[in-house]
Design a protein around this ligand. Structure first.
Ligand code: NAD
Ligand code: IPM
Ligand code: MN
Length: 361
């Protein structure tokens, strides 16, 4: 299979973990006789520095022509006091919107041997395996216009959702639930927000089309509590943009680190951009200690969702799991025992293991 992949490494640890994903994909290409070509483009802070804008036209054009896009992370202290239109994060929001990537799938599953690495009790984390379906191109992030008033002394952001925007994400979540354990939790703030009331109405209508999916509604504050007191009660969670952003970082503690969570940002026709849940981690950038697992697992999601390469995706996921279960992990994982390794060693372990495994088969 021949595929052209646009890489947007971005800032901070973005380029470090992107290197890891590229090496793993090259190994998969060799082992399974595929041809993956890569093209790197600027986004975020580096794009501001080099081209004066967080989302250059050339970057958008390259993404639109690609078979799939991989994104590292954007942002950092260097650009934190820039005006809004010159923030790295604008580049990320811009590309999601331009490409129509409304569905962000964030799977969260702890690895057996690392359950004790979570700050939560092992018996709480055990058995948790959930998927957060986050709406990605609406809500507070895109309400118009965000602005300052009263000479800058007041500010407004708008939480807007149309019925059509809610319908397509809820539909996606029902489909995911149907393929998993048939349980959907819709998270909202319907006791206060009008947009949440509409959200609930849409979920109630949609459930008629999916009689074999069990549906519950949970308010976001309670959901935040339940996620870390009894996470195994959840299968698929569907929620609006900002609730999903916050709940997914919270859910990362189930796995022991934010550096473990991959995601897929998908369009209606299946086109996708794949990005770890974590950010540019300025505190560890350049140190060679970043956890590449979230980015590598995002590449595996690309193989599965965009290219239909299920076996290859499984190989990456199973190999990552075997290396972690074998005791190797980066410094962000607070596991007892095992061996602490850097980004490059972790990546090499995964690559060697993929090669050995294939040679044995
Ligand atoms: P962050 O996710 O970058 O880091 C939070 C903490 O987790 C840090 O202590 C960091 O070292 C650690 N961490 C994150 N990923 C890790 C990894 N792969 N390996 C090891 N440790 C890891 O969040 P933040 O510090 O709040 O934000 C930093 C910058 O990143 C900000 O500019 C923010 O806007 C941006 N950001 C970007 C994205 C993205 O590009 N998708 C996502 C979140 C935050
Ligand atoms: C994420 C990030 C982004 C978001 C930021 C950097 C704009 O936190 O992908 O989770 O809020 O969507
Ligand atoms: Mn986030």
């Amino acid at each position: 299979m021949k595929k052209h992949i646009v890489m947007l490494p971005g800032d901070g640890i973005g380029p470090e973990v992107m290197d890891s994903a590229k090496m793993v994909l090259n190994t998969i290409a060799e082992e399974f006789s595929h041809s993956f070509t890569f093209e790197s483009q600027d986004i975020g802070g580096i794009a501001i520095d080099r081209q004066g804008t967080p989302l250059p036209a050339e970057t958008s054009a390259a993404c639109k022509k690609a078979d799939a896009v991989l994104l590292g992370a954007v942002g950092g202290p260097k650009w934190d006091s820039n005006p809004s239109h010159l923030r790295p994060e604008r580049g990320l929001l811009g590309i999601r919107k331009e490409l129509g990537l409304f569905a962000n799938l964030r799977p969260i599953k702890g690895f057996e041997k690392l359950l004790h690495a979570s700050p939560l009790k092992e018996e709480v984390v055990k058995g948790s395996d959930l998927l957060i379906v986050r709406e990605l191109t609406g809500g507070l992030y895109f309400g118009t216009p965000s602005e300052r008033r009263d000479n800058g002394q007041s500010a407004v952001d708008t939480l807007f959702y149309s019925r059509a925007e809610i319908e397509r994400i809820v539909d996606k979540a029902f489909q995911c639930a149907k393929q998993r354990r048939g349980q959907l939790t819709s998270v909202d703030k319907a006791n206060v927000l009008e947009s949440s009331k509409l959200w609930r109405e849409v979920v109630e209508e949609k459930r008629q089309q999916y009689p074999d999916v069990a549906v519950e509604h949970v308010l976001v504050d309670a959901a935040a509590m339940k996620l870390i007191t009894n996470p195994s009660q959840f299968d698929v969670i569907v929620t609006e943009n900002m609730f999903g952003d916050i709940l997914s970082d919270e859910a990362s503690v189930l796995t022991g680190s934010l550096g473990m969570l991959p995601s897929a940002s998908l369009r209606e026709d299946g086109f996708g951009l794949y990005e770890p849940v974590h950010g540019s981690a300025p505190d560890i950038a350049g140190k060679g200690t970043a956890n590449p697992v979230a980015m590598i697992l995002s590449a595996a999601m690309m193989l599965r969702h965009s290219f239909g390469l299920n076996e290859e995706a499984n190989v990456i996921e199973e190999t990552v799991e075997s290396i972690l279960n074998g005791g190797f992990h980066t410094a962000d994982i607070k596991a007892a025992g095992g061996q602490k390794v850097g980004t490059k060693e972790m990546t090499q372990k995964i690559i060697d293991s993929i090669k050995t495994r294939n040679a044995a088969n």
